[in-house]
Design a protein around this ligand. Sequence first.
Ligand SMILES: Cc1ncc(COP(=O)(O)O)c(C=O)c1O
Length: 383
Amino acid sequence: MRTIGNKDYEFGDEIRLWSAFVHEDAIRAVAETLRSGWINTGKKEKELREKVMKKWGFPYCVACNTGTAALRTALAVLGIGPGDEVVSTPYTFIATNTAILEQGARPVFADINYDDLNINPQSTEKQITPKTKAIMIVHYGGNPCDLDEIRAIGKRHKLPVIEDAAHAMGSKYKGNYIGSTGDIICFSLQVVKIITSGDGGLISTTREDWYQELKKTIWYGIDRDAKRNNLLDPLPDNFKGDTLGFKYNMNDIAASLASANIDHFDEAIGRRREVGEKYRRELAGCKKIKLMNYKPDREPSYQIFPIHVRDRQKFAEHMWKHKIMVNVNNRRNDMYPMFGGLRNDLPNLKRAEEDVILLPINYDLTDGQVDHVIEVMKDYDNM
Ligand SMILES: Cc1ncc(COP(=O)(O)O)c(C=O)c1O
């Protein structure tokens, strides 16, 4: 039982926000790998990287064991460490910003756009100081950020832009897939993402020199592709052990799960798009509900479906009463003391913190369930 307001709700048969997309082919692929005699990082991991490079136009790709690891690795390769600042978004899952802390650096929060929850370019530029070493953005819900504006700021101040694209696999900005352009772009393959490997991450970059460092940094600083001439030494000849790397590589069990799921990506994202577009059509006229702004030059992935709602507590009680799971995905990160304290100068963040909530969106929703969600929301609107 869970208490919301003064009522108790049973978990179990409600319409769920999330589901895990695991295709039967993926189950077979994992079993095959388990029987193959090689389950460490190997040809399945390579196959996964080659597949995503081809499918989404990533120029270079590194696979790792979580999206958080991908973010930390990106920061490490850019040389971000103690004393450095990274201008970042406060409206995200904490992983975006804990990765910065893990590197000993400090996230400095910019305000967001109220209408899409993405980092605001003007506010981003205002947070830049001589200590700033990078800009971190999140394509929130898979709805791409104002990339042209943010990249122009990066260029002006000679700062790389790291894109946390945990929500944005298959999203497009001005006709290009997220990950096919930009500096360093990090994806998550965690369980509720459109494509999962159980847990996992992918890093795309357009720069060969960064790629070389990224692929070493995820594995103790060792270059897996380098030659080994010495029969007795398990490490390649060019490993000097002079820089610290991590143990973030993806194994072949995880890679075969993701790789087989990606073969069914269009089906997985297609269902989300049907649901997302139906919500947008049906809820556009509601008085108490405001949809996100999906700009016409972008294609969202609908990893999640956030909305603004009037009187959020009452709305949540109404939805749960009708067995529809809703919740707040993320809290403003500056409310957590580890990030340095609450900011009073981020007005759009303040508004969003008070009225954003997620609607169910996942591959397994039936048409009947989607209609039920819409009907119950229209009821709320007319209350
Ligand atoms: C925006 C965002 N960034 C980073 C992450 C971390 O990804 P992972 O769970 O793969 O470490 C998540 C996970 O949900 C996320 O939503």
